[in-house]
Design a protein around this ligand. Structure first.
Ligand SMILES: [Zn+2]
Length: 317
C-alpha cells in the first residue's frame, strides 16, 4: 500500500508529519488530493490546548479547510467539514446546525483526504473555473459567517459592530455589507485597522450599534459585545468558548432594554453553497486573507509561534 504524508495531532503542541497509508474511498466516498489547506483560529487553539472532538482518539488527523482534486474524476472540489443527517429532531425542525449525528471531518493537512459519503453527497461542491484553490478553500468559515449574519437579522439601515478583526471578523464585515447593513470593526491590532475597509467595513468604537457580532471568542470580547449594543438591539455570540465559561449579563438591561442575545454556530448546506458563490463573485479581495504560505513541514512551527500579521496560512502538501 502506498504511503502518503499527513500531519497528525498527538496532543497539545505535538504535531507530527508522518507517513500513513493512502486513504481508500469506500462506496460513495470521495478521495481528494489536497492542493491547499488553510489554517484557522480553531486549529491554532487546538494546537495549544487540545480539543474535545479531536482528543477523542489520538493521534488525530488535523485541519479542515481545503480545496483539492477528486482523484476519481479529476474535478477540483471543496467540501465542508460536516453534513447534517437530515433525520434527527433538530434536522427535521430545520435547525441543521444543531444536528445530533454529525461527525466532523479532519485531515486536510495531508496529501490525501477521504471525504466520507454523507459529506460527499451533501456538502462537496465543484469549484467554479477561475476561482483560486486557496480562495475556494474558505467556503467553510464563510458559510459559518453567512449563518451568523442571518442569525443577527441585520439589514439595510442598521449599524453592525463586529468585535474582532481576524479572518472571521473580516469575513463577517463582507457578509454584513452584502446584507445591506453597515459593518464597523471594533478593536484589533493597530496593523489590522486598514483591513476592514477592504471588506466593506469601517473601523470605530461601535457603541450604540443596532447589532453586535462577537467574533473573537474571549471573555473580554463577549462582555464588550454586550456593552456596545443599543437598547432594543441584538447581540450574536459567534466566537466559541469552553464549556462551563459564564457570561455576566445585567438583568436590568436585558429586561428594560429588551436586548436579544443569540448564539451562532456552524453552517448549513444552503450556506455552504451561498458561500462558494460569494467567493466566486470576487466581490471582495478574499485572497488578502491568506497572508502566509507553508509546506506541511512548516505548520507546527507556524502554530507554535504565529507571526503577528498572520490571518490565514495556505498549507500546500
Ligand atoms: Zn441531524
Amino acid at each position: 500500500m502506498a504511503a502518503v504524508r499527513a500531519l497528525r495531532f498527538h496532543g497539545p503542541g505535538d504535531l507530527r508529519l508522518e507517513e500513513v497509508p493512502r486513504p481508500e474511498a469506500g462506496p460513495g466516498d470521495v478521495l481528494v488530493q489536497v492542493e491547499v489547506a488553510l489554517t484557522d483560529g480553531t486549529d491554532l487553539k487546538t494546537f495549544r490546548r487540545g480539543h474535545p472532538l479531536l482528543l477523542d482518539r489520538l493521534p488525530s488527523p488535523f485541519g479542515h479547510e481545503f480545496c483539492g482534486v477528486d482523484v476519481a474524476t479529476g474535478r477540483r472540489v471543496v467540501a465542508a467539514n460536516s453534513a447534517p443527517c437530515g433525520a434527527c429532531g433538530p434536522c427535521r425542525r430545520g435547525q441543521e446546525t444543531l444536528c445530533e449525528d454529525r461527525p466532523l471531518l479532519n485531515g486536510a493537512y495531508a496529501e490525501f483526504l477521504r471525504v466520507p459519503e454523507r459529506i460527499a453527497r451533501t456538502n462537496l461542491l465543484p469549484v467554479p473555473d477561475r476561482l483560486a484553490p486557496e480562495v475556494a478553500a474558505m467556503v467553510e468559515p464563510l458559510a459559518c459567517c453567512l449563518h451568523g449574519v442571518e442569525r443577527s437579522n441585520a439589514g439595510p439601515g442598521q449599524t453592525v459592530a463586529i468585535v474582532g478583526t481576524g479572518p472571521i471578523g473580516l469575513m463577517l464585515c463582507a457578509c454584513v455589507a452584502d446584507a445591506g447593513a453597515r459593518p464597523v470593526a471594533v478593536g484589533g491590532r493597530p496593523e489590522r485597522q486598514a483591513l476592514p475597509l477592504l471588506f466593506g467595513g469601517a473601523t470605530g468604537p461601535g457603541d450604540g450599534a443596532d447589532v453586535v457580532i462577537e467574533a473573537a471568542g474571549t471573555a473580554e470580547s463577549w462582555s464588550r459585545a454586550l456593552e456596545l449594543v443599543r437598547p432594543g438591539g441584538t447581540v450574536v455570540f459567534f466566537g466559541g468558548r469552553e464549556r462551563g465559561t459564564e457570561l455576566a449579563v445585567d438583568s436590568y438591561r436585558l429586561h428594560y432594554e429588551e436586548l436579544t442575545l443569540r448564539g451562532s454556530f456552524h453552517h448549513t448546506p444552503r450556506h455552504v453553497r451561498t458561500a462558494l458563490a460569494f467567493l466566486a463573485s470576487a466581490a471582495y479581495p478574499w485572497e488578502r486573507l491568506v497572508t502566509h504560505d507553508v509546506p506541511l513541514e512548516g505548520v507546527a512551527a507556524l502554530f507554535a509561534d504565529p507571526p503577528r500579521d498572520l490571518l490565514k496560512a495556505a498549507v500546500r502538501p
